[in-house]
Write a protein that binds this ligand. Sequence first.
Ligand SMILES: *[C@@H]1O[C@H](CO)[C@@H](O)[C@H](O)[C@H]1NC(C)=O
Ligand SMILES: *[C@@H]1O[C@H](CO)[C@@H](O)[C@H](O)[C@H]1NC(C)=O
Length: 437
Amino acid sequence: MSLFVTFLYIFLCNSVSLSSSLSLHFPLKSLRLTPTTNSSSSSSSSSSSFQTSLASRRTPSSLPYSFRSNFKYSMALILSLPIGTPAQTQELVLDTGSQLSWIQCHPKKKKKKPTTSFDPSLSSSFSDLPCSHPLCKPRIPDFTLPTTCDSNRLCHYSYFYADGTFAEGNLVKEKFTFSNTQITPPLILGCAAESTDDKGILGMNLGRLSFVSQAKISKFSYCIPTRSNQPGLSSTGSFYLGENPSSRGFKYVSLLTFPQSQRMPNLDPLAYTVPLQGIRIGQKRLNISASVFRPDAGGSGQTMVDSGSEFTHLVDVAYDKVKEEIVRLVGPRLKKGYVYGATADMCFDGNNPVEIGRLIGDLVFEFGRGVEILVEKQRLLVNVGGGVHCLGIGRSSMLGAASNIIGNVHQQNLWVEFDVANRRVGFSKADCSRLLR
Ligand SMILES: *[C@@H]1O[C@H](CO)[C@@H](O)[C@H](O)[C@H]1NC(C)=O
Ligand SMILES: *[C@@H]1O[C@H](CO)[C@@H](O)[C@H](O)[C@H]1NC(C)=O
């Protein structure tokens, strides 16, 4: 059971062995530029030439993309998107916590091709990124993806995820085809030749290489349904690129943005960082200072909205207060010695999750000015299989992360809109399984 913690990569220098250098890093924490900061102050020549090449591809006259799709929801949000010319439908995990997108490319050598993977030889718009491309320099300061030049002088990369899965392949360029008239320019993607997973990633964070930035998406939104009670079965949610017809009812919070001058070691400046202010359980507002949810001087403590993380994760100070309250309310019912996904130890045995939820009460994440995420008591506990249900909150330090992360279990039955152009995130209660068409 793999937990999608895709914002966390194990950064591996290609010369160092895995076992001796296991350390967790945010992939792009050294990025100096977010779309919110001042790009005129860029310094490195390689990175500015890359910016120029991206900028020259801009087509200001083209209309913004407008696209609607369903997605499958199990532990992750899985979109099926048409990629290449003619289009091949690819399954991609929608991940607001990471930057580079990648697709599963089936290996040329192997005869037996997995039916779901992308076949570059069938696409006329596919191209490999040569080693001479500015992005392929391993020391680009804002792109910690370790790249090397392979024997064909193509740009090779490898990604290692916190849960031990990995992907490696080449960087390539390919188009997304949303309709006959809505075709993106060729976007830089990873094309995984070897991977432990069978799906790709749609990287949606604020980095300049994310799908959002490369395709100039001004906003996108999703509505995550509650999960099917039958393990293994996915439920279906809704996704928009561009305007959402329901957005008039959304309540917005401004994203926290971080200028380049505020570079901090533990900060991910490309994440969708929201101003979480407090947590309520039942009627009680937990005694957690709002500063615990904001980056400190070292960048620890930011609160990000991450569709690629299943559970919410909290820094120790906040997690301890939540646990204290849960112990006070339902301590004797807690499953002793059990930890889900290495991070979440507030779990319960038995088939009465609604009853336990009733004893605990609603869970609320408060963002100020009346904006909040309400997790109703009847769906407070998450079925993790084997007859076990957990409060959907883990300890982020157990992931090696220094951030608060709002995971997808706490974005269910909501529209969540990432209004990139206006630097804000909107929420609105919805019955996400009823929106289907
Ligand atoms: C951007 O940089 C220019 C020149 O370096 C400066 O004059 C301007 O104030 C900066 N803008 C912001 C928003 O920092
Ligand atoms: C809240 O927490 C702070 C520090 O953790 C503590 O000093 C204070 O007494 C607490 N307040 C209440 C009402 O428990």
